[in-house]
Design a protein around this ligand. Structure first.
Ligand code: NAD
Ligand code: WQD
Length: 342
């Protein structure tokens, strides 16, 4: 049985990936410092898969602890690296936190992977590296634009670090550029747990529908799109999680074409903010209180993926619908409120 360490494995995407790995027959060790997650997530994962993953509470910024971890766990086959800070606005306020948490941690992990010949790495990148794209849908060959935030910059630099390391060592890495992950596991045992006021659209919608937020602000209806609101590629987190399993299998089976590969992970379809609101209302029967306000600084007009490479090369394709994703997000919101997890 192959053994994979999942950093940030109690977070939103990490926890769904741990479930997908366990259900595929991998043994999993989770690292998390609980800075943006809770120990309850371990229980959620265990309820779904029937097995508790091994867990190490560890801060990857602490190099000595990272070294110690890899000394103790000397039978690892691969690393899936989710742990990072991800709030774009906060990264503008506190860039050093982001450079430390998103870059130092990657460097420490790679040093240990090199030292212990753990040669299979999956990295969480983001469509943010494309900035405002020149054409749509976005292919992996589109230029990486000057980052619009320190957060975005950490993803660009991380990809460069991986590329450099892979070109001179045995290490093989796949960076998955996620578009907009939404939704939750159908059991509602795990899901997204935003701390404080959500910055992302779907958690803000579900909290508004649940009465926690009074009103959703729609950031602009004067964009050059059919209904004037911005367009994004919303991908069900369960589909996204599967992509990690497939990518890891590709590396373990030496099926990769080069030592560093990049894939867009999205649905290939764009949805506007109004389409998301209307679909949410249709699948939940809830009326959403919303108001159009000014544009949010830094938002790009439209972003959606060309997913041909992921389909043809990786053999992965999004399977779940927007309706399923929004229904699962709503189910999770109701469950989490009743359990008072946050
Ligand atoms: P999340 O915050 O839910 O999960 C990250 C997890 O990492 C958390 O459990 C947190 O406690 C842990 N963590 C953070 N710093 C750590 C450290 N120093 N040591 C140990 N654990 C640490 O975020 P997510 O939405 O699951 O995102 C996972 C990854 O995907 C991140 O790298 C993020 O940048 C990337 N990503 C996310 C999105 C998105 O919209 N959610 C989009 C594109 C890329
Ligand atoms: C989606 C759309 C908003 C909230 C961010 C990061 C990106 C990536 C994914 C990590 C936009 C609109 C939102 C609200 C709204 N993360 N909106 N009212 O901005 O596409 O991407 O998360 O890598 O790097 O920037 O996602 O969910 O914030 O916004 O109208 O209250 O919803 O303007 O058009 P975004 P989002």
């Amino acid at each position: 049985m192959k053994k994979i360490v999942v950093t940030g494995g109690l977070g939103y995407i990490g926890s769904h990936t741990v479930v997908a790995l366990q259900n595929t027959g991998f043994e999993v060790v989770v690292i998390d410092n609980l800075s943006n997650s809770s120990l309850d997530v371990l229980g959620g994962i265990t309820n779904i898969t029937g097995q508790a993953p091994a867990f190490e509470r560890l801060d990857l910024r602490n190099k000595a602890d990272v070294t110690e971890f890899f000394k103790t766990h000397n039978d690892l086959d691969g690393v899936i690296h989710f742990a990072a800070s991800k709030a774009v606005g906060e990264s503008v306020e506190n860039p050093l936190l982001y450079y430390e948490n998103n870059l130092n941690t990657l460097v420490y992990l790679l040093q240990e992977c090199k030292a212990h010949s753990i040669n299979n790495i999956i990295f969480s990148s983001s469509c943010t590296v494309y900035g405002e794209p020149d054409s749509l849908p976005i292919t992996e060959t589109a230029p990486v634009k000057k980052a619009m935030s320190p957060y975005g910059n950490t993803k660009q630099i991380s990809e460069e670090i991986l590329n450099d390391v892979c070109s001179i060592s045995e290490i093989k890495a796949i960076a998955l550029r996620y578009f907009n992950p939404i939704g939750a596991h159908k059991s509602a045992e795990i899901g997204e747990l935003p701390i404080g006021v959500p910055q992302n659209l779907v958690p803000f919608i579900t909290q508004t529908a649940a009465g926690i937020r009074e009103q959703l602000s729609v950031f602009g209806d004067d964009y050059d799109t059919p209904d004037g609101s911005c367009i994004r590629d919303y991908i069900h987190v369960v589909d996204l999680a599967k992509a990690h399993v497939i990518a890891m299998q590709r590396l373990l089976n030496n099926k990769n074409n080069t030592n560093f590969e990049l894939f867009n992970i999205g649905t290939g379809a764009g949805s506007s903010v109004f389409e998301i609101i209307n679909t949410f209302e249709a699948v939940t029967g809830k009326n959403l209180n919303y108001k159009v306000v000014d544009r949010r600084p830094g938002d790009v007009t439209a972003v959606y993926a060309d997913t041909q490479k992921a389909h043809e090369v990786l053999g992965w394709k999004a399977e779940k619908s927007l309706e399923e994703a929004l229904a699962s997000a709503w189910k999770w919101e109701q469950k989490v409120r009743s359990k008072k997890v946050i």
